[in-house]
Write a protein that binds this ligand. Structure first.
Ligand SMILES: [Zn+2]
Length: 221
């Protein structure tokens, strides 16, 4: 992974920033699972320096370790909340689709329907204490892997999303906010891990729009 938390400063640094701020420290903390990670650089190969977990890690950024969110039990069920969440989802459906599409880099509508179905089959809407801002992230985390057929762009394929490992129940994500990282991570097959902080904004720009934004900014200023 390209980022780690410095345990001394409590800050998130890239490898380059780490070398500036962290003196001789070589051990950091994984931002996803909280385990120690170390700086690994293979001098004999072209692999760039990166943060690596120790053997036997339980980190969900390792594909084999991933426990899909939907396999975790909720602490309790609240059917009244479920109705409110579903009503809000119906009202905001297109915006939720757009957010999921932005974070995946372009999502086919059939796959979006599948994500809704995944969550509906498990009655995720009724998980105790769920608030609407988490819904797009639960949809993304419900899919095992985004392959070519799921996407409208092939710039990035074969990635999955993981939420922070729950302490005990799946709903710890929103019911224990101080103890569970409020982010979702996109884990790409080349080892790149992209952090998206969980927020309520449904109007999200996709990454592919950055280059257009830069070009137009240059043109008009
Ligand atoms: Zn980790």
């Amino acid at each position: 992974m390209k980022y780690a938390i410095d345990k001394v400063a409590g800050k998130r640094y890239s490898i380059a920033e780490w070398k500036i701020h962290c003196e001789n420290r070589t051990i950091g903390r994984c931002e996803v699972c909280g385990e120690d990670v170390y700086i690994r650089a293979k001098e004999t190969t072209s692999t760039a320096a990166h943060f690596a977990h120790y053997q036997g890690t339980k980190c969900p950024t390792k594909a084999g370790n991933r426990t899909p969110f939907l396999n975790l039990r909720p602490s309790a069920i609240d059917e009244k909340n479920s109705l409110e969440i579903r009503q809000e989802l119906e009202r905001q459906l297109y915006k939720v689709y757009n957010k999921c599409s932005a974070l995946t880099g372009g999502l086919r509508i059939a796959t979006f329907r599948k994500l809704i179905q995944n969550c509906h089959q498990r009655n995720v809407w009724a998980y105790k204490g769920l608030t609407f801002k988490y819904v797009p992230y639960l949809l993304l985390a419900s899919h095992e892997k985004f392959v070519k057929e799921d996407l409208t762009s092939t710039a990035q394929i074969n990635f999955y999303f993981t939420l922070a490992p729950a302490i005990r129940y799946s709903d710890d994500l929103w019911n224990q906010q101080k103890n569970v990282a409020q982010s979702i991570w996109k884990v790409c097959p080349d080892g790149e891990i992209i952090n998206y902080p969980i927020d309520a904004d449904l109007d999200v720009e996709p990454e592919w729009f950055n280059s257009t934004r830069k070009q137009i900014k240059k043109m008009i200023f």
